[in-house]
Design a protein around this ligand. Structure first.
Ligand code: TRP
Length: 339
């Protein structure tokens, strides 16, 4: 079984530990990670160090969410015997690799990185960009290469970071004269980004427009009630629009009964299907999806020692892996060795 595991392509991905995971994470990545753990050697990084690059003012939030995200992973079906869950800040090799890689990238290249440019705008950093934030693509390159991952499932917005990673890989390999590091491919989800409950493009916890995996039945019901539909669909008898209607976007993403969804669309377009009735269908689907996840979350949350043990063991395994890569790279570059 072990040799079998070794030939599987390596996946590395992770999440900043800034808050609980929500339905957007579920359709965009968690669901596919649960499937991929059978065909790949999968590592999931609880990215607390990266979370600090734009949350240095709130380290307590970042710390608190490390185990919360681990619980989310387990609750959706990540199996710790198949997937290694590890804590970024407990892997010093990643920090050391980052320091090395910083010499193989220019400041202007980082400033031109499309992901970083957009995120700087979103966070209103403008002239006061923390150096750690500007350089997080380099740290992410360290994450990916330290595990020798060739497949990196990320959102479309993160694709330029994989490009940046591969540039660093090529530069280092050229410097060394052989391929010590491996290039990676981004694996972008085929489903589009799930809009927020209020119809905004991005879900955010501070706006309260996301449905967390831990949502209670009441929270699910309230979120569906508040969901943006078609503002011109005033009377039940009015014809309604499907495009931009968040309820239909969620039904498309979560309702397995395709035929029902198609029937609802026809009915809604033609008039005669009220928002209240429509939303009841979606609420049923989401209640059914989240009930077992919430149940497992509660069970895991009651066993903090078990969660800590999984994360400790995963981090131990990840430490071995990342330190091996660091040692290989130090030696390949011919760095000083204290004897
Ligand atoms: N950038 C990812 C996020 O925003 C988290 C992350 C950290 C990551 N290191 C990674 C993703 C390495 C893929 C590969 O959630």
């Amino acid at each position: 079984m072990h040799s079998d595991t070794n030939i599987r392509p390596v996946i590395l991905t992770g999440d900043r530990t800034t808050g609980p995971l929500h339905l957007g994470h579920y359709v965009g990545s968690l669901k596919s990670r649960v499937a991929l753990q059978h065909s790949h050697e999968q590592f999931l990084l609880l990215a607390d160090t990266q979370a600090l690059t734009d949350n240095a003012h709130d380290p307590e939030k970042v710390r608190r969410n490390v185990l919360e995200v681990a619980i989310d992973y387990l609750a959706v079906g990540i199996d710790p015997t198949l997937t290694t869950i590890c804590v970024q800040s407990a892997l010093p090799a990643l920090a050391e690799l980052t320091m090395l890689y910083l010499n193989f990238v220019t400041v202007s290249r980082l400033e031109r990185n499309p992901t970083i440019k957009t995120e700087i705008q979103l966070r209103g950093f403008v002239r006061d960009v923390p150096a750690g934030f500007l350089c997080y693509p380099v740290a992410q390159a360290a994450d990916i290469t330290a595990f020798k991952a060739t497949v990196v499932p990320v959102g479309e917005d993160q694709a330029p970071l994989i490009e940046q990673t591969n540039e660093i890989v090529r530069r280092l390999n050229r410097q060394i004269g052989r391929d010590v590091l491996m290039e990676a491919a981004a694996m972008v989800p085929t489903v589009g980004r799930l809009p927020a409950v209020d119809g905004k493009a991005k879900m955010s916890k501070s706006q309260g427009n996301a449905i967390p995996l831990s949502a209670s039945p009441d929270e699910i019901r309230d979120a569906v009630r508040r969901m943006y539909t078609d503002p011109d669909h005033l009377r039940v008898s009015d014809p309604g629009k499907i495009e931009g209607n968040v309820v239909f976007t969620y039904l498309d993403a979560f309702c397995e009964d395709r035929q029902l969804v198609e029937e609802l669309k026809v009915h809604y377009r033609g008039g005669g299907l009220g928002d209240v009735t429509l939303k009841r269908h979606l609420e049923d689907v989401l209640q059914e999806l989240l009930a077992p996840i919430r149940g497992r979350r509660v069970q895991y949350a009651a066993e903090p020692d078990y969660i800590m043990e999984i994360v400790r063991e995963g981090t131990r395994k990840a430490r071995e892996r990342t330190e091996a890569t660091l040692a290989e790279l130090r030696s390949a570059l011919g760095l000083f060795v204290l004897t």
